[in-house]
Design a protein around this ligand. Structure first.
Ligand SMILES: NC(=O)c1ccc[n+]([C@@H]2O[C@H](COP(=O)([O-])OP(=O)(O)OC[C@H]3O[C@@H](n4cnc5c(N)ncnc54)[C@H](OP(=O)(O)O)[C@@H]3O)[C@@H](O)[C@H]2O)c1
Length: 283
């Protein structure tokens, strides 16, 4: 049994926590509103951006997941949720004896600046042109250059029960396929996100960096059409990129390192994942 802290215990963190409890681990979920955690998860209310609230953290912990997400998309929101929050938690945990065995940080595939459909993996340059990717990258470096053994997990777009924006937009008829360079969706189902994190925790010597996306970066239009077909609604129309906005492409993320480490996806592509969400599974 490991003693585990999930800091920023939200959509993914709760699923991860419940899974680890079922596996017999002792789990503490930290968030500002710990009263919102589901039954079965022990909670601790604290604000990661306010170190004084972390003083009574009930440790020690063997493994820590930092899965907090910014609740504002502004530069200040990103800076406090990722750089400041992660730094504060490391500062609190670095004195722990025995030391934390490993701290996993869920970063994002937004750290990549590639936009021409290139394949990217853990060896690709991660030089995003926007502050979101840059601040996430800076937080990764704080972890990997810090006193606690860390691993960064760059997660793609998470969907699943309760997070089905694409399905809703296709169902309402307001989804569009944009002409221009292909836009690839690098997605992962919530349960695979939690499953892969639980899997990485069990590795004897995890690498310091993993991409966490499913097996198939799929063109946005292909996904929308597949969903429309499933919902038996008209296929989304093809439209020119929004007026005044440059045609925007994306990268394709490769998950070979994670797959080679032995993780078997429950939802290997958007087809299995979205079929499950449309069927209302796992709510
Ligand atoms: N969602 C995506 O598509 C996506 C894509 C790439 C990477 N990621 C990363 O994957 C991780 C998990 O994502 P998610 O969708 O599960 O996130 P989420 O649902 O937004 O959960 C984040 C949790 O963090 C808590 N939190 C936020 N600020 C906090 C603070 N200052 N102190 C303490 N707790 C705080 C929030 O709870 P309270 O409000 O109660 O504090 C929230 O429940 C995040 O690190 C995110 O950045 C997500």
């Amino acid at each position: 049994m490991a003693r585990i802290l999930i800091a920023g215990c939200g959509y993914v963190g709760q699923e991860l926590g419940l899974r680890l409890v079922r596996e017999g681990h002792s789990v503490c979920g930290l968030r500002r509103g710990a009263g919102q955690l589901p039954a079965g998860l022990r909670g601790f209310s604290a604000d990661l951006t306010r170190p004084e609230t972390l003083g009574d953290l009930p440790g020690p912990f063997d493994v820590v997941f930092y899965t907090a997400g910014a609740d504002r998309r502004s530069e200040a929101g990103y800076r406090s949720a990722y750089l400041q929050g992660l730094g504060n938690l490391i500062g609190t945990l670095q004195e722990q004896n025995p030391p934390v065995r490993r701290l996993f940080f869920t970063s994002s595939t937004a750290v990549y600046g590639q936009s021409g459909g290139e394949w990217v993996d853990e060896n690709s340059p991660a030089e995003a042109g926007h502050f979101r990717g840059q601040l996430l990258r800076a937080a990764e470096q704080v972890l990997l250059g810090g006193p606690i053994a860390g691993a960064v997990v760059r997660v793609g777009g998470i969907y699943g029960p309760g997070r089905h924006r694409l399905i809703d937009s296709v169902g309402r008829g307001d989804a569009c396929c944009f002409e221009g360079p292909p836009r690839y969706l690098n997605h992962v189902h919530r349960d695979d996100c939690a499953g892969a994190l639980a899997h990485l925790m069990e590795l004897d010597s995890p690498r310091s960096l993993y991409l966490l996306v499913d097996h198939e970066p799929a063109e946005q239009c292909q996904v929308l059409r597949w969903i429309a077909n499933r919902l038996k609604v008209p296929a989304p129309p093809r439209v020119s990129p929004e007026a005044g906005k440059p045609a925007r492409g994306t990268k394709r993320c490769r998950n070979t390192r994670l797959a080679d480490s032995g993780y078997a996806f429950r939802y290997p592509t958007f087809r299995e994942g979205y079929a499950a969400v449309i069927a209302g599974e796992g709510g």
